[in-house]
Design a protein around this ligand. Structure first.
Ligand code: AR6
Length: 193
């Protein structure tokens, strides 16, 4: 399952069902937690595929953060090590139940805006996101998809990677992001089974 949407004249948003650890875009984004030392879900899969050097890089990076933690809404960059992607951007989504819905949306939006800002500053041409916060962190998928697609559109208005992909792990999550993309960006430019 895949679909491609135009974002303005120079960017595209691609949705597909698949494993983010196999993506060879310049960067992949992990749905990390504030401690940055790995976990389950997509973060666990990324650490496993990247190898122990990613854990070491996160440990070194933690030392530069106030209190050793990255607050929800934040994003930081490391290498990709054994991954096909050159970089990993670690973004911490909100735990949905800990905030009122408007604040949760702001924090989720911030993840996407900060990650695209890092990609822009690094001159990256492509980036792949997972569906941040919609697993263990409990963010309702339809609402998260709307925030994510709108945030990507807004962030790309200031430039950034030409290709933004979403690696969605199951058909229901794909359907939610597809609906959000049609609502925010219009009909897809291309679609595949
Ligand atoms: N590729 C793409 N998507 C995946 C993969 C994969 N290999 N594996 C899982 N997903 P979650 P969160 C999907 O729970 O809600 C971790 O322990 C998954 O189906 O990974 O932001 C962290 O360390 C879901 O749609 O992230 C944090 O403690 C989406 O990725 C916490 O979980 C996000 O699910 C973060 O929770």
């Amino acid at each position: 399952m895949e679909a491609t949407f135009a974002v303005g004249e120079t960017h595209s948003l691609e949705l597909f069902v698949g494993d983010i650890t196999r993506q060879s875009t310049d960067a992949i984004v992990s749905a990390a937690n504030a401690l940055l030392l790995g976990g389950g879900g997509v973060d666990g899969a990324i650490h496993k595929a990247a190898g122990p050097r990613l854990f070491e890089a996160c440990r070194a990076l933690k030392k530069t953060l106030p209190g050793g933690v990255l607050a929800a809404g934040g994003a930081v960059l490391t290498g990709g090590f054994d991954l096909p992607a050159r970089f990993v951007i670690h973004a911490v989504g909100p735990i949905y139940a800990e905030h009122d819905p408007a604040r949760a949306a702001e924090l989720l939006e911030s993840c996407y805006v900060q990650a695209i800002g890092i990609a822009r500053r690094e001159g990256l041409a492509s980036i792949t996101f997972p569906s941040i916060s919609t697993g263990v962190y409990g963010y309702p998928v339809a609402a998260a998809a709307e925030v994510a697609v709108a945030a990507v559109k807004r962030a790309l208005a200031s430039g950034g990677p030409a290709v933004v992909r979403f690696s969605l792990f199951d058909p229901d999550t794909f359907a939610a992001y597809h609906a959000a993309a049609v609502a925010v960006l219009g009909a897809p430019r291309a679609e595949g089974a």
